[in-house]
Ligand binder design. Structure first.
Ligand code: G16
Length: 544
């Protein structure tokens, strides 16, 4: 195979965010842009010669051409084997599983997750390490540093590979295997959950379900698992065909974007259970007939009931949540006397805890939950977990949630997102918040007295690494919190996220609307950050 070394010039904006490098497709299409970043990754890795690389993406626009480039670069850089999902498709959790199962050196996952797709929309790429999880910060920092000085990349002169047929191609010492993207993952799910019980519950009509794949990667996975294996009716999976532009929608599983699902679940005669996943299949939204379960509550409920699921019957070693996720799971951990860790936003921070066996279950408010079965959050796993719970407990989603709140109390929670804020304004808001931090403790606002006001910094208990500036926290004596963070996944301007939470022990007040119950905190948040005043906006773009 002939290998060419191409001269390039560095770009200065290839700093990975919360989850890989995400930019507009047009940015990725600049000469050498994709190649530089991939070469920066390969240059930063210890000897990769002869090793296995897993490759796949969520099928969005630019997925296929990018994969062909990466195949040629991986060949030129000396990988021994490439494992690629048929059609260039792999969900993020399936890629994580395949890296682990086949002892791969790592994997490149092409996705911008829940961001929209298409020629004028978003593309992304991230590297996962040999444990199957996202590269930790020390690696992503190294990728960025290398990208700033890169002056050439290596690429092999080989024909494009046929991605659509399963099989193996041999080119000199390189073997390229195109695999069924679903089979290994479906097998893994069957080793975790009680598929016999699920089949009975679905065939008897006890569980009716609706899954919205949002024209993204989970369509083929959901069809295989829910329809082919579990026997659900074909109309149980909607928007199942992956499209390069996700049908023009945001593949973001929340009530605003999974509109069709929301209409059915809150309409006449809804199914027992409804769920959606995102672009690359790692997020999940859980609903029941006329109820939406917040991701923070979902994590807590899963933790409280995990012992009912076959794979977790021995109980959980510990749990973890990202800092802005509500404290509901902390109460469950305290009840079962297991450790609960608080990490910065970003799945990569759970990896060390999972590898060290400190935690079994973890999750985030951003619609992500997962366990030690892979090293990514896992949308369909969460859906199967809930289905398995409903089948065992013989309760509706509403009853499961209410029972949980009665036992543990309710952490009333919501998040307000202000998207595409001008970067200078966003930075001035963060500076303004920072300046107030020393003066806030012990001040009282209505019934809220500030207990602490700081910027979250995390020390990894396994490798001792420190991650600073991970969000501004204002915590109150009564356990309520307001948190401010700039998103690390947006591609236009800055997104300010405001997370609000208040604990309610009184069961007679559990069924309040969250926006109403959190109204004082919402006003206080504006008083602290002045987003409306500084931008002239009147409301957040998204409320979850
Ligand atoms: C990614 C990360 C998550 C994070 C989320 C939101 O999810 O994997 O850990 O919670 O982004 O991050 P931010 O608040 O910085 O936008 P995904 O599903 O987009 O890969």
């Amino acid at each position: 195979m002939q290998i060419k070394t191409i001269t390039t010039h560095p770009y200065n904006d290839q700093n990975p965010g919360t989850s890989g490098l995400r930019k507009k497709v047009k940015v990725f299409q600049q000469p050498g842009y994709l190649e530089n970043f991939v070469q920066a990754i390969f240059d930063s890795l210890d000897d990769l010669t002869g090793k296995i690389l897993v490759l796949g993406g969520d099928g969005r626009y630019f997925n296929r051409p990018a994969i062909q480039v990466i195949i040629k670069m991986a060949a030129a850089n000396g990988f021994g084997e490439l494992i690629i999902g048929q059609g260039g498709l792999l969900s993020t959790p399936a890629a994580s599983h395949i890296i682990r199962k086949y002892n791969a050196f790592g994997g490149l996952i092409l996705s911008a997750s829940h961001n929209p797709g298409g020629p004028d929309e978003d593309f992304g790429i991230k590297y996962n390490v040999s444990n199957g999880g996202p590269a930790p910060e020390k690696d992503t920092n190294a990728f960025y540093q290398r990208s700033l000085v890169i002056d050439s990349y290596k690429i092999a002169s080989i024909e494009d590979i046929d991605l659509d047929h399963i099989g193996t191609h041999k080119i000199d010492n390189l073997s390229i295997t195109i695999i069924d993207p679903v089979a290994d993952y479906a097998e893994l799910m069957q080793s975790i959950f009680d598929f016999n019980l699920l089949k009975q519950s679905i065939s008897s009509g006890y569980i009716t379900l609706l899954f919205d794949a949002m024209h993204a990667i989970t369509g083929p996975y959901a069809k295989k698992i829910f329809i082919d294996i579990l026997g659900a009716t074909p109309d149980s999976v909607i928007n199942a065909e992956p499209l390069e532009d996700f049908g023009g929608h945001h593949p973001d599983p929340n009530l605003a974007h999974a509109q069709e699902l929301a209409e059915r679940m809150f309409g006449l005669a809804p199914p027992v259970f409804g769920a959606a996943s995102d672009g690359d299949g790692d997020r999940n939204m859980i609903t029941g007939s006329n109820i939406f379960v917040t991701p923070s509550d979902s994590l807590a409920i899963m933790a409280a009931n995990a012992h009912l699921i076959p794979a977790y019957a021995k109980g959980l070693r510990g749990v973890a949540r990202s800092m802005p996720t509500s404290q509901a799971v902390d109460r469950v951990a305290a009840h079962y006397n297991i450790p609960c860790y608080e990490t910065p936003t970003g799945w990569k921070f759970f990896g060390n805890l999972l590898d060290a066996g400190k935690i079994t279950l973890c999750g985030e408010e951003s619609f992500g939950t997962g366990s030690d079965h892979v090293r990514e959050k896992d949308g369909l796993w969460a859906v199967l977990f809930w289905l398995n719970l409903i089948a065992i407990k013989r309760q509706s989603v509403t009853d499961i949630v209410n029972e949980h709140w009665q036992k543990f109390g309710r952490d009333i929670y919501c998040r307000h997102d202000y998207e595409a804020v001008e970067i200078n304004i966003a930075n001035s808001i963060v500076d303004h918040l920072r300046n107030q931090l020393p003066t806030l403790p012990r001040q009282t606002f209505a019934e809220y007295t500030v207990k602490y006001a700081d910027e979250f910094s995390y020390e990894d208990s396994i490798d001792g690494s420190i991650s600073s500036n991970q969000g501004i926290r204002i915590g109150f004596e009564n356990g309520s919190r307001i948190i401010f963070r700039l998103s690390g996944t947006g591609t236009v301007g800055a997104t300010l996220r405001i997370y609000l939470e208040r604990f309610e022990a009184d069961a007679s007040k559990h069924n309040q609307n969250a926006q109403v119950a959190l109204a004082t905190l919402i006003n206080l948040a504006e008083q602290f950050c002045e987003i409306k005043k500084r931008t002239g906006r009147t409301e957040p773009n998204v409320v979850t």
